[in-house]
Design a protein around this ligand. Structure first.
Ligand code: ZN
Length: 247
């Protein structure tokens, strides 16, 4: 099975559409989309992004912004800029789309892959950004591989099950990496709608569950278009600017 793995769309329709167009342009066929949460928040197109996702065969997890919009997480836990858009999104979402977010799971096992938004230990909140946090989280990975989002940074953590050593690697773009049976993995595909690794292009990955390959991709999208829509809704300037620098 081939899975298009995406995360943190963050209501950025231009970025989401660019990903789907890039997949088509590369003639990549996929059976299912695995979306690791935070479909909404930060961006100006929450309904359009949920609607587009729902046209595809997919599994979608709950993210912290999704929960904040639903009132399942205290808005005070968010930076004021993020909180502003959470409030705005709450009012913008249609009833069916609020219901859609309400029934997203916190964790989902799909064969050998555990899907969560944040971390295997704390599926909604914890950031897996370094080897020490990854090391602790491998204890909560019940499958050969966990897929996480939340940090908006594409990264592969791998644990050698013989030596117990945990390492991290940046996935090379456009190049399949082979997932080996001797290792356990925690992999992040990066963010579609708000990358934070210094590369403002939308990030996504393709997982082949039979060949056991993971391929990371980046695609440019019309950032100015999303920024213009954010400005029109009076979103905080810092959120508008960060899209262009990928931080
Ligand atoms: Zn996010």
């Amino acid at each position: 099975m081939r899975c298009l793995v995406i995360s943190d769309i963050h209501a950025n329709l231009a970025a989401f559409e660019a990903v789907l167009q890039d997949v088509a342009r590369r003639r990549i066929s996929f059976d299912v989309v695995w979306c690791l949460g935070d479909v909404v928040g930060y961006g100006p197109d929450p309904n359009d992004c949920i609607d587009l996702l729902r046209t595809l065969p997919h599994v979608c997890l709950a993210g912290n912004h999704d929960w904040a919009v639903l009132g399942k997480l205290a808005i005070e836990a968010f930076h004021e800029n993020a909180a502003f858009v959470v409030q705005w999104t709450r009012e913008a979402l249609t009833a069916p789309n609020l219901n859609y977010l309400r029934v997203r799971p916190e964790k989902e096992a799909q064969g050998d892959f555990l899907l969560v938004h944040a971390s295997p230990r704390e599926p909604i909140w914890e950031y897996v950004l370094d080897v020490s946090v990854a090391e602790e989280n491998f204890g909560f990975v019940t499958t050969p591989c966990a897929l996480v989002g939340h940090t908006h940074v594409p990264l592969v953590f791998f644990k050698d099950e013989r030596t117990r050593v945990v390492s991290a690697a940046l996935p090379p773009p456009n190049t399949p990496i082979l997932l080996r049976h001797a290792f356990t993995y925690i992999i992040n595909p990066g963010s579609v709608g708000q990358p934070r690794d210094g590369d403002p292009r939308a990030a996504y990955a393709v997982l082949d569950t039979e060949a056991l390959t993971w391929t990371q991709y980046r695609v440019a999208y019309p950032i100015a278009h999303t920024q213009e829509r954010m400005r029109r809704h009076g979103f905080p300037e810092r959120l508008i600017e960060r899209l262009a620098i990928g931080r």
